[in-house]
Structure formats: C-alpha cells, structure tokens
Design a protein around this ligand. Structure first.
Ligand code: MCA
Ligand code: AMP
Length: 548
C-alpha cells in the first residue's frame, strides 16, 4: 500500500492532492498561504549566505570565543571578511575545490569561520566528532582521503599525522599560519571564491545509514540550501531571531540547521561549547534570545531546572534527533508554558518533517513534510487504519536529499527505491512510521539497527566488536534500553568466557574507551548463558531483556 505521508489538505474542489502537490505543504506556510512557492530557491548555500550577510555589515551575527580568546560578538561584515581571508589562506596552502577537509573542534566562532571558509573555497567539509578515537578517525580518513585537517583537540595533530603522514594538519584557530604557497594569504582573486555550483559536494557527514560501517553521506550545496530554506519558511526564522546554540557543530542538527539557518536568515546565534542548563538559561537572558534548539536529553535536564519557565519567554523551542517523549512535552508545557516543536531529520536529508509553527504541535508525532519535501510509506505497509494508520518504512525525496554515499555506489543503490510511477527515486530512512488521519507522521520504530543515546547514534555492531576484544567476553551483543534521561541507554549482554568473572560496566567502559568514543560505551552489563539467536544463528537483539 502506498501512503502519502502528508497532510490530506483538500483542494478548492474538495479533492485530496497528489503525493507531491505543494498544497500539502501549506500547513507550514504563514496563514496557510497557498502552495506554489519555489523551494529551493535557485542558487548555492555560499551564494545565499553572502547575499544575506552583505547588507547591514555591523549587525551582530555570532557570539562565542574568537581567536581562541574570550567570547565576543562578530558582525556580519567581520564574519565575511574573516571567512574570505581564511579561504585565501587555505588556497595559499594549496587546497583546491573538491578536496576534502576534516574539521573538528569545540563550537567556537573560529570553527564556524573555518567551516564557511572551506565552503567558500569549494572544499568539502567532513565535520568530525571530537570524541572519536583512533579507529573511528582512521576509518573516516581512509574512506574519504581528506587532503587537510583543521582540528582543535589535544593530541589530535600527532594522532592524525600518524594515521596519514601526507595529511596537512593545522589548527582551527590559526590555520596554516605561514602559508605554504605565497601570494594568496590575504584573500582570493575574484572568481575563485563562492564559485561552487548547486550540485557540487559541500559536506560529507558520516553515518551508518541503515546498515554497516559508517558511510559518508555527500550533501551538495543545493541539498544544504534546501534543508535550511524549508525550516526558515516553516519556523518563521528571520533576521530578528537569536538562537542559543549549544548543539555540537559536527552533526546536521547543530550545523545544518542551527548554524546554516542562522547564516541564511541573517539572524544571530550565541554559540556555547557544550550544554549546561544554567549556561543556556543565563544566555537566554543575557542575549535576549528568541529560540532554542535541543535534543530531548537537553530538554529533560532543563525541565528539572528551577528557572525552566524562562523557556516560555522564547518565540520557539525545537526538539529533534531522537523521540521527544509525550510526557516530557507535557512537563515542559506545564512548567514552562512552552509547546516544544518536534521535527524529524537525518544526516542524509537534513530536515524532512516538522510539526507546524501555527496549529497543533502534537506530542509523540513529528508532523508534516516540510515545504519541498515528499514523504510516503513504503509499499507493503502493514496494519489497520485508525489513528496511527498502517506502519511502514518512511521514504523521502526532495531537493534536501543527499547525492549518495562517498565512494559507495552499492550502498547508495541499496538506499533508494524506485518510484512506482517512474518519478524520482525515494530514499529509505530505515525508520518506521505511521500517518494519522489528518496527515501527521509518527515514528513508531526502526528497521535499522541503531541506538540513539542523548541524540548521538550508536551502531550496535561497532560496540559489539570493541567489547568482544575483552578476554572475559566470549560473546556479546548490545542494544538500547529505554532511559528517561538519555532516551536509550547502551546495555551489553555478555556470555562470560570460561575461567573469568563477568566484568563490571566500569571495567568494560575503561577497556573499550581506547577504541570507541565514550558516548558509545555501555552503561550497564548483563551476564547471560547464551544470546538469543534466530534459525540462521543471527543474534536477535530485540529479544535481549533486562533481568527483572
Ligand atoms: C555524553 N555522554 C554520553 C552522551 N553524551 N553518553 C551517552 N549518550 C550521550 N549522548 C557521556 C560522555 O561520553 C561522558 O562519559 C559523560 O557522558 C559526560 O560527558 P559530557 O560531555 O559532560 O556529557 P553531556 O554534556 O552531559 O552531554 C549530553 C548531551 C550531548 C549534551 C546531551 O550528548 C549532546 O550534545 N548531544 C547532542 C547530539 C546531537 O547533536 N545529535 C544530533 C545528531 P565519560 O565520563 O565516561 O567520558 S542527529 C542529527 O543531526 C539529525 C539530522 C537530526 O534529526 O537532528
Ligand atoms: P542521523 O543519521 O545521525 O542524522 O540520525 C537520524 C536518525 O535520528 C533518524 O533516522 C531517526 O531515527 C532519528 N531521529 C531524528 N529526529 C527524530 C525524532 N524527532 N524522533 C525520532 N527519531 C528521530
């Protein structure tokens, strides 16, 4: 069965529009304005940014640490100037459009400048989690072969040079201080800057998709532009907005939505290198913020704070990256008077579905496809109708959907299904959804093996492999267990090797820390006699249970 996962808005003649009819998106438009608008507006991300930031140069743009020093405001004009000069320096170091650059550091103005400078030169940014360990970094480097790395973490320069002696490793704060090629250090000749075309790759985001080892999702200039434009429209994001942004800048939530949206709207953002409830609530007051975006774990902690009512003074609070429990939505409404707007995104698609700005922000549902985005459930979706409708894999297409996985034509082919009517193929999200009678999508499960802990994705097989190296572990399988704070917690079920005692969680964490970023480490360990397996011998993770 094919289901249009979209609001069945009746047309003027009373008919329900076809799958990709723009009238479906009218739920996101101001005053339900009729469809027919163009998204994405033609162009590139860098072109749209420079256009937005070239006027009123003195307006505040980003607050945060600058030049490795104290926090201050950087204006639109200073930001364009800094990114232009840095793009020149990167060119002076011999970097050329299309080459990959690994970028990693705390969320500072310097990191934002480095990101945008790379994009203005046409480099492909590989945003990287600073808690990655050797093996995780080695995989990224061997997969996308970056030419340079701009990094700001202790020990990373040596680590990266050890992994690839040809990699040009430099800092985020003052990259290539001496330049490697003379003549370009003060800026680029006209024509070399902002010259990307809409379909040029801009970012490679590592994610496991539905299966296997992390793959590099290649997002083009126009994918990222479309991803930011749709939420600007849907969330009424304007230059008057000020966002408190404490999400990391190595994932689509903080980067592709928080930072890119701010630059595109010509709005402003207060960057916070890390999340602390006090820090967020103080910043809302100190900087007259209008918006906050966070993962559910952040809202869970904010909801416990005695100043949580301050959130109610904001124009908009957005949650995503993991399910926002209906109960938490209710607590925030009661304690802060805020109706958090939940939306659904993926690395491969930026944002695809959102609750409406105007109208019902429904707890437990992710909402209606964003302007320009088509969503449907896969053929063969099962179950009866009723409030939650049949359940099937969520499929998506639109200008926001990525170009494919880096150097993985096989994985790219597997990730898309043909359109039954011969149209543009659909990307398989690996998420299971159901659509309400009035068109709201809910995520009801996952077809992919994935644990989402505090908004970070953890791939069970990667953790199994690392824990399996411990001598006391004969067999192991990890799975996610519901947690009020983290959404899901990583738990390891272990068959203990002969002659050993079952290791404590702390011991296993200390052991595996060498191989895995720490958010992937198990928080609990359960000893079992055998792992549940199917007839083919494959571990059936959904049958793993905590002891009573
Ligand atoms: C930190 N730790 C975690 C997590 N975060 N453990 C499990 N799950 C986590 N998410 C561990 C650390 O490794 C450390 O362990 C200990 O907790 C304390 O670390 P700390 O940095 O102090 O943690 P925190 O500041 O409390 O971090 C919680 C957090 C953070 C702020 C919720 O996890 C976070 O920023 N999450 C957001 C992730 C995100 O942006 N996701 C978007 C991806 P130890 O002490 O043992 O070392 S999804 C996406 O982009 C799509 C497009 C979408 O839809 O948005
Ligand atoms: P990533 O690949 O890191 O971008 O993670 C994307 C995944 O996060 C999606 O496929 C979903 O499983 C999950 N996700 C994002 N937003 C939500 C949400 N609002 N509710 C439930 N799951 C979500």
């Amino acid at each position: 069965m094919i289901l249009a996962g979209i609001r069945p808005v009746a047309g003027v003649d009373g008919t329900v529009p076809a799958v990709n009819d723009p009238r479906h998106w009218s739920a996101h438009l101001p005053d339900g304005a009729p469809g027919g608008f163009d998204l994405p507006r033609p162009g590139t991300l860098v072109g749209a940014w420079t256009a937005a930031l070239s006027v009123e140069s003195d307006r505040h743009l980003l607050w945060g640490p600058v030049d490795g020093g104290p926090h201050r405001w950087v204006s639109r004009g200073e930001f364009l100037d800094r990114t232009g000069r840095l793009a020149g320096r990167l060119a002076g170091a011999g970097l050329m459009a299309g080459e990959r650059v690994l970028l990693s550091g705390p969320s500072t103005v310097d990191l934002a400048v480095a990101h945008v400078a790379c994009l203005r030169l046409g480099l492909v940014v590989v945003p990287t989690n600073g808690s990655y360990r050797d093996a995780e970094l080695a995989h990224v480097i061997s997969d996308c072969a970056p030419r340079a790395a701009l990094v700001d973490h202790d020990g990373w320069a040596d680590l990266l040079s050890g992994l690839d002696p040809d990699l040009l490793v430099t800092s985020v704060i003052d990259p290539f201080p001496d330049g490697l090629v003379d003549g370009l250090s003060d800026g680029l000749p006209a024509g070399l800057m902002d010259g990307s075309r809409p379909d040029d790759p801009a970012i490679i985001g590592y994610t496991s998709g539905t299966t296997g080892r992390p793959k590099g999702a290649v997002l083009t200039q126009v994918n990222l532009l479309a991803g930011a434009q749709s939420v600007l429209v849907a969330w009424r994001w304007t230059e008057a907005d000020r966002l408190v942004l404490c999400l990391p800048l190595f994932h689509m939530h903080g980067l592709g939505v928080g930072l890119h949206g701010t630059l595109l709207a010509g709005a402003s953002a207060v960057l916070q290198p890390g999340f602390a409830p006090d820090g967020v609530l103080d910043a809302l007051d100190e900087h007259d913020a209008t918006m906050f975006f966070g993962v559910p774990t952040m809202y869970h902690r904010l909801a416990e704070h005695d100043r949580v009512d301050r959130l109610g003074g904001l124009r908009l609070c957005v949650a995503g990256s993991a399910p926002l429990a209906a109960d938490l939505h209710g607590r925030l409404a009661d304690r802060a008077g805020v109706s958090v707007l939940e939306r659904y995104g993926m690395t491969e698609t930026v944002m695809l579905v959102s609750n409406p700005f105007d109208g019902d922000r429904r707890p437990g549902a992710v909402g209606i496809p964003l302007p320009g985005v088509d969503v449907r459930l896969a053929d063969g979706s099962e179950g009866e109708g009723g409030p939650a409708g049949p359940v099937g894999e969520i499929l998506v297409r639109g200008p926001n959907v990525f170009a494919g996985y880096w150097d993985r034509p096989d994985a790219t082919a597997e990730a898309f299904v043909d359109d039954p009517d011969g149209g543009v193929p659909w990307f398989r999200t690996g998420d299971l959804g159901a659509v309400d009678n009035d068109g709201y999508l809910s995520i009801v499960g996952r077809a992919k093996e994935l644990i989402i802990s505090g908004g970070f994705n953890v791939y069970p097989r990667e953790v199994d492999d690392a824990l399996g190296l411990h001598p006391a572990v004969a067999e192991v399988a990890v799975a996610g267990v519901a947690s009020p704070e983290w959404g899901e917690e990583v738990v390891a079920w272990i068959v203990v090797a002969d002659g050993y005692d079952c290791p404590e969680a702390d011991e296993l964490r200390a052991f595996a820390r060498e191989h895995l970023a720490s958010y992937k480490l198990p928080r609990r360990v359960v000893a079992v006699d055998a792992l549940p397996r199917n007839a083919l011998g494959k571990v059936t993770r959904h049958e793993l249970r905590l002891p009573d």
